[in-house]
Design a protein around this ligand. Structure first.
Ligand code: FAD
Length: 230
């Protein structure tokens, strides 16, 4: 799994034209998940959170504009309007069709088989991305933004760099790799404490959870060692 990312909306915020970004950089925002929390959405499972914020484009927007010379430079000295954008991060559901395997032929420089990854979005993730663009545009309109542009970027799985679920946690060694302490069912002195253990991806940034799982797994390993069980 990877978080499905790339649905959202952007718009301009009128006013504050006498303010520049320098020394007044607006903070980022986070909107926690609100879909499928209190009521069930008819079209999709789970939900997404928004990250985003405001900024004001300065002269660097000239990198993507046609033009040259003194007049062009003068245009760029006036900052663009303030913008605000919402960018969604959604839950990827676990599915048996998304899996990893060892490549039978390709090996790395140390002779270890390369990992072959099979991963694609399902309709549920595509619906989340579409809904991100609709709800983000609604929020911007409600906040008084102008020139609101909803968007859905066609990002492939992997782009969010929140890979998870390659050695999932579970009680049954037949259907899972790790036990409740991130300890490998088959190899007792092997603990895997990153995103591999996740059984679904949720929609939040994952690293703090991995750190908490790691601390918990280490505390458990220490206790097992003290009891000479490891
Ligand atoms: C650009 C980018 C932005 C990100 N932004 C966020 C964010 O904002 N919020 C968030 O929550 N997550 C974010 N992530 C994801 C986050 O970085 C990862 O989830 C997190 O780093 C995973 O931690 P880890 O300790 O499990 O693995 P890693 O941080 O990848 O650490 C693994 C370590 O093992 C070492 N290693 C690998 N193989 C061997 C070996 N054979 N022998 C010895 N050492 C080895 C590696 O060198 C590395 O130091 C981002 C990731 C990227 C790439």
């Amino acid at each position: 799994m990877d978080h499905c990312m790339g649905g959202g909306a952007r718009g301009t915020i009128p006013g504050m034209e006498d303010r520049t970004v320098h020394g007044r950089r607006p903070n980022g925002i986070y909107v926690p998940r609100f879909r499928n929390v209190a009521t069930a959405h008819p079209d999709f499972l789970r939900g997404y959170g928004f990250q985003g914020g405001a900024d004001r484009e300065g002269w660097t927007r000239g990198e993507n504009l046609p033009g040259f010379g003194a007049e062009f430079k003068r245009t760029l000295r006036t900052p663009a309007p303030w913008r605000f954008s919402f960018y969604g991060f959604g839950e990827c559901l676990p599915r048996p069709t998304n899996y990893v395997e060892l490549d039978p032929d390709t090996k790395d420089a140390w002779g270890i088989p390369a990992l072959r990854i099979h991963c694609e979005w399902s309709d549920n993730e595509r619906k989340l991305l579409k809904d991100m663009s609709v709800s983000a545009a609604e929020m911007l309109e409600a906040a008084g933004a102008k020139e609101v542009e909803p968007f859905v970027d066609d990002n492939a799985p992997g782009l969010t760099i929140h890979e998870m679920g390659t050695a999932r946690m579970g009680r049954d060694p037949k259907t899972s790799v790790l036990n409740a302490w991130n300890q490998c069912h088959d190899v007792k002195n092997l603990f895997v404490t990153d995103g591999a253990c996740m059984t679904s991806s949720a929609c939040q940034n994952p690293s703090i959870t991995y750190m908490a799982l790691t601390a918990r797994a280490v505390a458990h390993a220490v206790e097992q060692m003290k009891r000479h069980e490891l």
